[in-house]
Structures are given as C-alpha cells and as structure tokens.
Design a protein around this ligand. Structure first.
Ligand SMILES: NC(=O)C1=CN([C@@H]2O[C@H](COP(=O)(O)OP(=O)(O)OC[C@H]3O[C@@H](n4cnc5c(N)ncnc54)[C@H](OP(=O)(O)O)[C@@H]3O)[C@@H](O)[C@H]2O)C=CC1
Ligand SMILES: CC(=O)[C@@H](O)[C@H](O)COP(=O)(O)O
Ligand SMILES: [Mn+2]
Length: 405
C-alpha cells in the first residue's frame, strides 16, 4: 500500500499486458477510482506489454509514471527515446526480454493484474503468487495449463487469486450467498459467439473476419476466436473447476446471447443466485483489483426502466464440441489441459493466417489430444512436464496443420 498522499492508502498495481483489451480497460478503471476522501484507490507501479504497440506503451508509461516497465520483444533504445521525447527526465527501470513480465510480477506490489494472452502468462502468474502478491487473473490460460501448480503456489505463499474473467467473477460474487458445502452446481453462461444457431456443416466456410465479430464483447483476437469455437467456454469450465473446487460434472454451460447474466450458482435448497450487469469488463477488472471491495461507478448497471429480455438455451454440442473436449481433457488431468490449450493457440493463429478452416481448429485440438500419452497424467504434474507437453503439442499441431500428420 502506498500512503504517501496521507489519505486512504492506494493499492500498488502491476499490469501485465497493459496495451491489450484488458490492460487498457484496467488503466481506465484505475484512472477513475478514488476513495471517498479523494485519495486514488490505485497506484500504477509497473506496466508490461508484448512490444507490438510501442507508441501506446510509451504513452501509458508516461501517463502513469510507472516506475518499472517490461517489454517482451522490442528495442529498449527505441522505447527510451520515445519516453524521453514524451516526458523528458522520466527514466523508469526497463526490463526487456521474454522474462520481463515475470520480473514485474515478482515486484513488491499489492496486486498483479495478468492481462497477457495465452499460456505464456504461466511464469508471470507463478511469480506473482510466489511473491505473495494478490493476482487478479484475466489470463485464464495460465491457471488451466498450470492447474494444481498454480493452486499450490497460491496456498504455499499465502497469495490471493481473484478471477477477472467475467463468468468467474460472477460466480465469486454469487458464492458470497452460501458456503462451499451448500453449492449444488455452477452454471456458466456463454454468449454462443457469432455462429450461434449454425449447424456444423454451415461452419466450414466461415471466415476469420466473421469469427472476430463477437455479438456482445470487444476483446483480443485469441479470446474472441475462442468464443466463436466455444473453446473459450471449454477453458472456462476447467477454470471454474480449478478456482472453486467444484467437480466438472457439476458445472453446466447454458447459452445466454445477451451476456447480461454472467454466470450463476445453484445452491442445495434450490436457490439460484445470478450476477447481472451489462457486458463491460471494467466491472470484473475493478473488483479484481479492489477485492473484496467494490469500486463505486466502475461500470453502468442494468437499466430497469427499459423493457428487456434475457434468454437461455442449451448449447449445441454437435456443432460446438469444444466444451465436451475440454471436459474430457480436464478429466484426464495432468498435462492434457495444457495440450488442449497449446494446440488451440497454434490452430487459432493458423486460422487467422488463412492456412486452415474454422472447423480445423477444434478438429486439430481433438487430434493432438488423442495422441497425447496418458502417461503424462499418471506421473503427476510438474512445471517441466507442462512445458514439455506444451512444446510437444505446439509442434504436433503445427505438423498436422501443415498437412504432415
Ligand atoms: N478482453 C476481454 O474482455 C477478456 C479477456 N480475457 C482474458 O484476458 C487475457 C487478455 O486478453 P485480451 O486483453 O483480450 O488480449 P489482447 O490480445 O487484447 O492483449 C494481450 C496483451 O498481452 C500483451 N502481451 C503479449 N505477449 C506478451 C508477453 N510475452 N509479455 C507481456 N505482454 C504480452 C500484448 O502486448 P502487445 O500487443 O503490445 O504486444 C497485449 O498487451 C486473455 O487470457 C483472455 O482470455 C478474459 C475475459 C475477457
Ligand atoms: C468477457 C469474457 O469474460 C469473455 O471470456 C466472454 O466470456 C466471452 O464470451 P463467450 O465466450 O461467452 O462468447
Ligand atoms: Mn469469460
């Protein structure tokens, strides 16, 4: 906590992936969040990015005066020159290279928001927890591939893991209504993506452009594509299982095209508690940063003066087999979830490069998973096993996608 301003203390925050959809919205939340006495609720200590958008990153650094910057790829000289021209005299510590975000995650801060895309976020997730920092986790992939390793790190180092993913934030909020023993089922809502209602044969020719037209959310390329294939919901099923210790067979997925009910918890007495708000990630981001407190005005509430309809429908598992595939991978355990995710990441990139069709994404994941040796799950989960399985799955996916089999 920073108490320099002598008002209410500010939480020191490191944002990993600050130039992305989650990162930019987190900066908006932080800029607008004040205590009742006018003191800022948050203070940005560190920012990291991949390096694809150096100008935006430099602007963010200058606007926040972050003390430490991390850049996965890019030229430190170029970044320094941009900073100097925007804000002469501002000289933050700059970490460059693939481990930059991991270094930042381990700093002495109050909260690390992991908004990186993909399982590359695993090392920063572990570093944040091992440093005892609260981890506001948008990067679901790191929890899914790391599984028990991530949970063990949180327990061992006494670090709090707070979900930022909208469904899991909703469940965390609904769980305040009962005890763990009173949970009957978790119900994850899914928008259904841009291809909701289509049959499998109608999906063979859909384009990357169509796949990126999410009906309710504006997000990065990977998660948007995963929403279109329903891989996102498969990942979220595993994420919910790991976060809330609810067995996979007691977690349901229901399609809710409006994305206003973000998920639900059904309790043993027949009560179902839902969390509802218009689709806006600033709400779960703010809650992740301030947990267990809420941030006044973080997002707009539902407008009850207008007629509105919320609808719910079953998921078509034939057209969208990814949820069942993810559930099977989670049941097999060990490195299977890591293989599921890695093969998917490779296939999504190939789809956007135009080298494969939409249906090939999940078909590739299924094929690579079925090749994955069952031995991996029997030998217990180690970081080495996860990283090895990831490399193997990416290679096998690439070979399959290149038609090498
Ligand atoms: N967007 C959303 O509304 C939601 C997102 N999520 C999850 O949050 C995560 C982020 O998603 P989203 O914001 O949409 O993704 P984006 O693609 O918009 O942003 C990804 C961010 O990660 C940065 N990045 C990439 N590689 C590295 C690296 N090696 N080290 C540090 N930073 C890196 C990128 O930097 P740059 O581009 O500058 O290179 C960018 O800032 C994903 O796991 C996603 O599933 C979950 C729920 C909702
Ligand atoms: C906003 C968010 O949390 C995304 O993960 C969202 O869930 C994507 O929507 P669907 O996967 O339900 O289409
Ligand atoms: Mn989600």
């Amino acid at each position: 906590m920073d108490t320099a301003g002598q008002g209410s203390p500010s939480r020191r925050v490191a944002i990993l992936g600050s130039t992305g959809s989650i990162g930019t919205q987190a900066l908006e939340v932080i800029k607008a969040a004040f205590h009742e006495d006018g003191a800022p609720r948050f203070l940005i200590t560190a920012l990291s990015a991949g390096g694809a958008n150096l100008e935006l990153f430099a602007q963010q650094a200058v606007a926040t005066r972050a003390a430490v910057l991390g850049l996965a790829k890019g030229n430190v000289q170029e970044l320094s020159e941009r900073l100097e021209s925007l804000a002469p005299g501002y000289r933050p510590q700059i970490e460059v290279g693939p481990h930059a975000s991991t270094v930042l995650a381990g700093l002495d801060v109050d909260v690390v928001l992991n908004g990186i895309t993909g399982s590359i976020g695993l090392a920063p997730t572990l570093a944040a927890l091992r440093a005892g920092n609260t981890l506001a986790l948008a990067n679901k992939e790191s929890l899914i591939v790391g599984g028990q390793l991530v949970k063990d790190a949180a327990r061992e180092y006494g670090a709090q893991l707070v979900p930022v993913d909208s469904e899991h934030s909703a469940i965390a909020q609904a769980l305040r209504s009962g005890t763990a023993a009173e949970i009957e089922r978790l119900i994850l809502t899914a928008s259904g993506g841009p291809f909701r209602g289509k049959k499998r044969h109608e999906l063979s020719q859909v384009t990357p452009e169509q796949a990126l037209k999410h009906p309710t959310w504006d997000m990065g390329l990977m998660v948007t594509t995963n929403s279109a294939t329903l891989v996102n919901k498969g990942l979220e099923l595993i994420e919910a299982h790991l976060l809330f210790d609810v067995p996979l067979d007691r977690i349901d997925v229901v399609v809710h095209p409006q994305s206003v009910v973000h998920s639900m918890v059904q309790f043993i007495d027949g009560s179902t508690i839902a969390q509802a708000s218009p689709p806006d990630m600033r709400l779960p981001i703010a809650l992740g940063l301030a947990w267990p407190e809420r941030v006044r005005g973080a997002a707009q509430p539902c407008d009850w003066s207008q007629a509105t309809e919320w609808t719910f429908e079953p998921l078509d598992h034939q057209a969208f087999p990814a949820v069942e595939l993810a559930k099977d991978a989670a049941k097999q355990g060990g490195t299977h979830p890591a293989v599921f995710n890695a093969a998917n990441e490779e296939a999504v990139l190939a789809f956007h490069q135009g080298s494969i069709g939409f249906l090939d994404i999940v078909d590739t994941v299924e094929a690579v998973l079925s090749e994955h040796s069952a031995q991996a799950s029997l030998s217990g989960l180690t970081l080495e096993a996860v990283l090895e399985a990831e490399i193997w799955a990416r290679r096998r996916a690439q070979e399959r996608l290149a038609g090498e089999n």
